[in-house]
Design a protein around this ligand. Sequence first.
Ligand code: DGT
Ligand code: CA
Ligand code: CA
Ligand code: ZN
Length: 608
Amino acid sequence: MDNRATSVGGAGALQLSPMSLNHELADIFRTMAAVFEIKGESIFKAIAFSKVSRILNDMTFDIRKAYDDGTLAQIEGIGASSRKVIEDYLKNGRSADFEEVSTSVPAGLLPMLEIPGLGPKTIALLWKERGVTNVEELVKAIDEGKLDGLKGIGAKKIDSIKQGIALRAQAKGRVGIVEALPIGDSLVERVRALKGIKQAEVAGSLRRRKETIGDVDIVAAIDGKVDPSEISAEFVKFPEVQHILGQGTSKASVLTAGGLQVDLRLVPEENFGAALLYFTGSKDHNVRIRSRALDRGMTLSEWGLYDLAKYEKAEKKTAEAPKLKPVASKTEADIYKALGLAYVEPEMREDRGEVALAEANKLPKLITLADIRGDLHTHTTASDGIASIEEMAAAAVALGYKFLAITDHSKSQVIANGLTAERLLKHIAAIRKADGKVKGIKLLAGCEVDILVDGRLDFEEAVLKELDIVVASPHVSLKQESGKATDRLKRAIDTRYVNIIGHPTGRLINSREGLPLDLAQLFPLAAKNGTAMEINAGYPRLDLNEINARAAIEAGVTLSINTDAHSTVGFGEMIYGINVARRAGVMVSHVLNCMSFTDVMTFIEKKR
Ligand code: DGT
Ligand code: CA
Ligand code: CA
Ligand code: ZN
């Protein structure tokens, strides 16, 4: 499901975090599974390795610990041949088995796996039938019409491959927030710990919590007595740093192992707020408040807010604060205040009307992670999750949640082990039984029911009415034209037992556009009949996105922010949904799973 590179970097050269080892190994297993699938042999091994990959990705502990403790053999789902790969890799930093498998096909086929929409089966076909062994040859084959007439690859498929190649090229250079945020946070922690640093914060798009990040910006305030070039020198020695781009007295730029650029800016403490404001952006927000400063006879720069007339006369040198006392510069709050504005949260600094709201003191009180009282879209081992109902419930209790909906897949989702009606009814009973046992949380028996291509649901109403809550989601046929797609969702929204539309467009960041819905038609309908729209917090979904989520609340729609967790670790993604919501201006009152359990039930009952 995720689109991380399948290539494997220099054996554990850099430890981004203890868990990155698990992810490195997960990539190795995913690659091996894909190679077996491409070769069309050892399908059972392919299935086993892809399961191991998933287990490693979702594991809550460091695999090295299990290895050191000698408990590797006890991990369910990791068989002897997988164990050998893991042991080799941990001991020697490489796996001979992996090298043997990955070199058994042309090397250029593996990067083809990174192209959205291009799976092992198609790659096998392109290779065996048309001799395509790398991305460049694929592009050429398409351009020259060499794929025309290839069985199983129609014009539509070729189009989608072309789109995938374009998306991959476009995505290069911008990384998902899930990748950038942990790196940014850990670097800031290290910077704060350096001698001579007074404060440090992440800035730029990462502080604004955009869904993808071009580069990471960090702003740090230094003690006037220390030499900033010493701090730069310490910074470029951090273990995350792979390559130094530049290193000076006020700035250092580096690349991490994953190719992510990080810019550190060092400023005097006196100017910290102004620098943080400037480097947080967005550029458009900065332009807006700078022009406001000018309107009020002041000028705003990365050094501070100054009286314009005095500023023009003052002595100025590049890379130094101008020699005059600022109106405000120490904190962002001081600067906003001096401009006659309420403090604007970083997530809202996009020049989408927030400055006018700040002037009128009408900024929304944005939702926070602590406001979430439960998760209404989660999976268990009954379909494609890896934790039991009880394990998911215990993890939710630990988060302080008051309710949890278990919503496994419906029968159309064959690959995800979707439930037949008969299995669903048994699962409902199991959820009710578990609910009777666990304390402190209410479990809802739910289902994530597929919205079929014409808007009918995967189960009849007679089955749906047995459930406490229904999430209806589109999973297939995501390339419909707008009219059809909109009618499809309209029908689902109109269905009596549907309470939440899960990941409404089906988009995947950097890899799939999703349904071209006319949301201006759908939102008023959803608002009227009491159907919530999801912000799916899982990356790369984040669907609804910030723009659509904002349009939803403006139309009076109730949102639901859910993780779609397939493991207990998956609950941790809630914060990414909160980030989207905050960028959309969402408040507690807009969100179903910020309500009390009683109010959630009232919301559901009302539609029935
Ligand atoms: P990114 O890195 O592409 O995801 O987006 P940002 O917003 O982090 O952009 P970046 O890293 O180029 O610059 C960080 C902030 O610095 C940006 O949000 C605003 C400020 N900034 C950079 N260049 C300019 C500029 O030319 N004019 C203005 N007003 N602000 C700038
Ligand atoms: Ca940036
Ligand atoms: Ca930057
Ligand atoms: Zn789901």
